[in-house]
Design a protein around this ligand. Structure first.
Ligand SMILES: [Fe+2]
Length: 310
């Protein structure tokens, strides 16, 4: 049996690679990408540029969609140092989503027959040859379908040392733009996996990870999903964040049984509805617009603020 690299339950005990059949369908070719970039809703783009200091600590600049057409935007990504995330693929590119869901069912059904996804959500990620995504966790299960280029994933243990619950609460309740804390010493605990087109990667629920592109323009589709167990846990962490903001000292979700986790999830649904904890991430400023030939692919913002919405 594989060693469990997480304290969270679920059928995925460690990072694992699975073959998938999405590449041959042509979704990641230049013409298809340029066309989808042209029509993808501007409010579904996240455009990030990450800088790292000598200790591996990250700072983030964020981009507006800008005015480039699809072909130019693709060129800016291929030449620059950008990480472009197109959210809600189910809405933005239904054909890709349908094909991906067929692969999701096949891959997950073969590898983790007990796993029941209660919800699924897709993000298409286009990233520059030298882009690197910093250490973070996703509050869900994830399968990453790799479609083009080469990238290296580093997956870390999901224990309290690498994934402190207090930091998870802050991220889940959207109280910080910071990710969970990272130190270089974690690297010795990483599982490193190189991904080629046609391979998909799964890892344990919530496990921290980071990504380095291996000198190629990369296209991946990340599908995050919730089971009822992961949803209960995420909700419990949100409720704990609210309790802590009111001076409470909630205990770790590790010590809660399913009934208590479910009750805390139910509380989180009500707390969100009543707006108990306001997200501190709304309305933040953008730093740049993608531009072909600009340093890192990051050009100046256009003066017309509507330019970012077009
Ligand atoms: Fe991630």
């Amino acid at each position: 049996m594989t060693e469990r690299r997480t304290r969270y339950p679920g059928p995925i005990a460690a990072a694992a690679v699975h073959p998938h059949g999405l590449v041959a369908q042509g979704f990641a070719e230049d013409a298809a990408l340029a066309a989808v970039l042209d029509r993808y809703p501007a409010d579904l783009f996240d455009i990030n540029l990450y800088d790292y200091d000598d200790e591996g600590q990250v700072s983030l600049r964020t981009g507006a969609r800008g005015r480039l057409d699809g072909g130019q935007l693709l060129e800016a990504i291929q030449q620059g140092r950008l990480w472009v995330n197109m959210r809600d693929v189910e809405r933005g590119w239904p054909e890709l989503w349908r094909a991906t869901m067929a692969e999701f069912d096949r891959v997950m059904g073969d590898a983790y027959p007990g796993l029941k996804a209660a919800s699924r959500n897709g993000q298409l990620i286009l990233s520059s040859p030298k882009a690197r995504v910093p250490y973070h966790f996703d509050a869900s299960g994830v399968i990453l379908f790799h479609l083009r280029g080469r990238k290296r994933l580093f997956v870390f243990p999901g224990d309290e040392a690498h994934l402190p619950e207090r930091s998870m609460e802050q991220v889940i309740a959207r109280q910080t733009t910071e990710e969970i804390p990272y130190v270089r010493a974690f690297e010795q605990d990483a599982q490193a996996i190189d991904l080629e087109p046609g391979q998909a990667l799964t890892w344990p629920f919530f496990a921290p990870h980071r990504v380095e592109n291996l000198d190629r323009f990369c296209v991946s589709l990340s599908v995050d999903f919730q089971t009822w167990a992961s949803r209960f846990r995420r909700g419990a962490l949100y409720t704990n964040a609210v309790l802590r903001s009111r001076g409470g000292t909630p205990r770790s979700t590790d010590r809660m049984g399913q009934a208590e986790l479910a009750a805390r999830w139910a509380a989180s649904v009500l707390l969100k509805r009543t707006g108990a904890l306001k997200s501190r991430l709304e309305g933040f400023e953008r730093d740049f617009e993608p531009d072909v030939g600009a340093v890192d692919g990051a050009g100046r913002l256009s003066v017309d603020p509507a330019g970012g919405q077009g």
